[in-house]
Ligand binder design. Structure first.
Ligand code: TRP
Ligand code: SF4
Length: 418
């Protein structure tokens, strides 16, 4: 069995973004950005790089039509700065009119990392405090407490077999059944807003490592539909996959120029979008899910201060929210930079911000003003500033940011239910 190329549970990933685009069918976000009425900094700055089907989300934002935004966190450790990006993406989409959902993936943490339910609860609360500190509004839940979610997971499981799981995740006969269960629960997470509220486009902001779950869910969403709607030459074909006969009759009856055949209805003189919308209503009226295939966005990872991924398993790589000031300063001051070996060389040739964990920390979270960030970059590249000073300035920003953020987290504590 070949190893899958993206493993959501591995912590040492280095991903080649271009290759992912070509191998897995993730599209670059750049061409879609002009379709948004306002461009968030994480797209402007090249942090969010890819997407699947994001155009339907951009359209919903522009047209003020319903859409959902959902992401999830596995409560296997304290949240840290590396988790802020997706949180901010969710908050931004809620501000744009989306219905916000956040799941605490305690089933996954318990099944995959062996974390006790009690500990999951404690970590889960911290994640939610961060979210509310960022201004999140919407629904939150823990997987293990959400019965409708678990029923949906079971339904989704009727559409997935073991060979698909091994192809996507490299699961083997030794893979624990609960691990597979946590995967199908995540599929249900992504579809949950559509049963909780209404079928609507849903965007799932994630890191690139989570794409296997997105691919699996998109497949399941499609398989759970009663109908497919396709544009053909001069007509629209509505095919039944597993629709009851009365539902197919209802499709025929809904359009004046429609012909019913064995297993499909062909419709003339109606735009595809109208047919899709009506077919969805009919599907729902006959007990179907009528899911929209979910969309996703992919952001690059903020590197850890030690170079690789920010990971709780390497304490020096991360900054978590309740660290003492002295530790924060120490970690920032010993972070990996894009500086040169000697002062002279750096003055002459400048530093390399794109390889610098501290520059990226500024780019991701510490400097909100684009002009200020551009100035840091200019001074670095031109050799005008040395790493020592630049680190000190960054440390001050991080300390100030965390002081303010902790206050907001504490204030949010009362909103939290897990
Ligand atoms: N698997 C995700 C992680 O490792 C957590 C998660 C659970 C999730 N359900 C989700 C992410 C739904 C996005 C959407 O962090
Ligand atoms: Fe990084 Fe600043 Fe050094 Fe440039 S000057 S490499 S941004 S620490």
């Amino acid at each position: 069995m070949p190893e899958p190329q993206i493993n959501p549970w591995s912590s040492n990933q280095s991903v080649d973004v271009e290759k992912l685009f070509s191998d897995f069918g993730i599209d670059p976000i750049a061409p879609v950005i002009p379709e948004l009425p306002s461009v968030p900094y994480f797209m402007r700055r090249g942090i969010v790089v890819g997407h699947r089907d994001y155009r339907q989300i951009a359209a919903a934002i522009r047209n003020h039509t319903p859409f959902h935004v959902l992401t999830g966190f596995m409560p296997s450790g304290h949240p840290h700065l590396g988790h802020l990006m997706v949180m901010k993406e969710v908050v931004w989409h809620v501000e744009q009119g989306g219905n916000g959902y956040v799941t605490i993936a305690d089933r996954e943490a318990h099944a995959v990392r062996g974390i006790s339910w009690e500990t999951c609860k404690e970590f889960g609360k911290e994640y939610l405090a961060c979210l509310y500190a960022l201004g999140f509004e919407g629904q939150t839940y823990s997987q293990s407490k959400n019965n409708r979610l678990k029923d949906l997971a079971f339904e989704a499981a009727t559409k997935v077999n073991f060979s698909e799981l091994s192809a996507i995740y490299g699961f083997s006969p030794e893979t624990n059944l609960a691990h597979a269960d946590s995967v199908i629960t995540q599929v249900a997470d992504i579809l949950f807003p559509q049963i909780d509220r209404e079928p609507a486009p849903t965007v799932v902001p994630v890191g690139i490592d989570q794409d296997p779950h997105i691919r699996l869910t998109r497949g399941v969403a499609h398989k759970l539909r009663m109908f497919t709607v396709e544009e053909r030459h001069g007509f629209i074909s509505v095919r039944s996959k597993n629709a009851p006969e009365q539902a197919l009759d209802a499709v025929k009856a809904a359009f004046p120029d429609a012909k019913k055949y064995e297993g499909h209805v062909d419709i003339k003189g109606a735009p595809c979008s109208d047919v899709s919308a009506k077919v969805r209503l009919i599907e729902r009226a006959h007990g179907g899910f009528a899911f929209y295939t979910p969309s996703s966005t992919y952001h690059i990872f903020m590197p850890g201060l030690t170079g690789g991924k920010m990971s709780s398993s390497i304490p020096e790589s991360i900054i978590s929210f309740y660290e003492p000031e002295a530790t924060i300063r120490k970690k920032v001051m010993s972070g990996i930079t894009g500086g040169k070996m000697t002062r002279e060389e750096q003055k002459r040739r400048g530093g390399e911000p794109d390889k610098c964990s501290l520059y990226l920390l500024n780019l991701f979270h510490m400097v909100s003003d684009d002009a200020e960030l551009a100035e840091i970059r200019r001074k670095c590249v031109s050799g005008e500033i040395m790493c020592g000073n630049c680190k000190k300035e960054t440390a001050e920003r991080v300390v100030a940011f965390l002081k303010d953020f902790r206050e907001k987290m504490d204030a949010a504590a009362e909103k939290i239910e897990v």
